[in-house]
Write a protein of this length. Structure first.
Length: 334
């Protein structure tokens, strides 16, 4: 790409007058820079900039002022790395004709599970991770994400999937985690989805049908949202429904209030413990006990508490060390 064109796209300021007028590819990691690349300094690190220059970077984008690093390099100064990344995303999505779909967080997780094949890729993680994915995308690829504010900035013409239906569906819950429902005259029995999420699922299925996206519900498993892990009193893992206790994991704080309301309408709040990281910004209104934790060790106290469900704010994979491993003791004559 021509350096002048790139500077206009991101609204930057070219500080030097380099002899070169173009660069090869855009790189966000100094260690991966190749000769002729443009390096975006996301850490405001002069050390990483020097590393990129040593590896042959033709251009540098940074918030730092030029300090006579290399007059032959295109030094592009910007006010905000975040803002130039958003502008870069918008430009790349348009240039590559990428298809972007906005979903709710629950729908995003469900779509990843039910697609056959996975024709729509999920954009996950922080802004930098999303930028890397989009920069490496092929023309006309399809992506989805649930960050409404970001979608409005980078893809204002994105598809938007509804999460409520005008005509309310008939949903038959079986406990907290299973439900039966009808879609297009087919009855789905005791699927692994809480009644709370069924309407969002049906909106997603309608979207898939309208856009000819193949899917299957035959092997629907629990999603990452409101994920139940049944346990013993000592926090050993148990099969679904085989214990009177369960830990429920929710990775997003924005979804938590809805889950709390749902739980409190179904279960006596005295049987629920809400577990939140100690640095949670806004404590969520809750009628029952709230347990604040800094480390996994703090949650081990659950083995000493009386509860039916513990709703934990966090990704379930991060809590695997919490569960106590069980071992089979071989019989002995002594």
């Amino acid at each position: 790409m021509k350096i002048d064109n790139f500077v206009r796209i991101i609204d930057g300021r070219l500080i030097t007058t380099p002899p070169i007028d173009a660069f090869a590819t855009i790189c966000l990691e100094a260690s991966r820079v190749s000769h002729g690349d443009l390096f975006i300094d996301t850490s405001a690190s002069r050390e990483l900039i020097h590393q990129a220059l040593e590896k042959g970077a033709y251009a540098i984008v940074t918030t730092l002022p030029f300090n006579n690093e290399d007059e032959e390099c295109a030094w592009i100064e910007v006010n905000s790395i975040e803002q130039i990344l958003i502008k870069l995303l918008r430009y790349t999505i348009t240039q590559k004709s990428l298809d972007i779909t906005l979903l709710s967080p629950v729908q995003e997780a469900l779509l990843e599970m039910i697609q056959t094949p996975r024709t729509i890729k999920r954009l996950r993680g922080e802004l930098i991770s999303i930028v890397k994915t989009i920069l490496n995308a092929k023309d006309e690829e399809h992506f989805c994400l649930s960050n409404n504010a970001l979608v409005e900035q980078i893809a204002p013409v994105a598809h938007k999937v509804e999460n409520t239906l005008q005509v309310k569906p008939t949903i038959i819950p079986k406990g907290l985690f299973l439900s039966s429902f009808t879609y297009h005259e087919r009855y789905y029995t005791e699927q692994k989805i809480p009644a709370l999420f069924v309407e969002e699922l049906l909106c997603l299925l309608e979207f898939c049908d309208n856009h000819e996206i193949a899917y299957t519900l035959e092997h629907l498993g629990f999603s990452e949202h409101f994920y139940p892990q049944f346990v013993t009193h000592t926090l050993c893992k148990k099969e679904f429904g085989s214990s009177s206790k369960a830990l429920i994991f929710e990775p997003l704080s924005d979804v938590l209030p809805t889950l709390i309301d749902y739980l409190q309408t179904q279960i006596d709040p005295s049987k629920i413990i809400l577990c939140l990281p100690k640095d949670t910004q806004n404590l969520i209104p809750f009628e029952g006990e709230i347990l604040l934790f800094e480390t996994l060790d703090n949650l081990a106290i659950l083995s000493q508490k009386s509860f039916q469900y513990a709703l934990i704010l966090g990704d379930k994979e991060d809590f695997e060390p919490l569960f106590i491993k069980t071992f089979t003791t071989q019989p002995s004559l002594f």
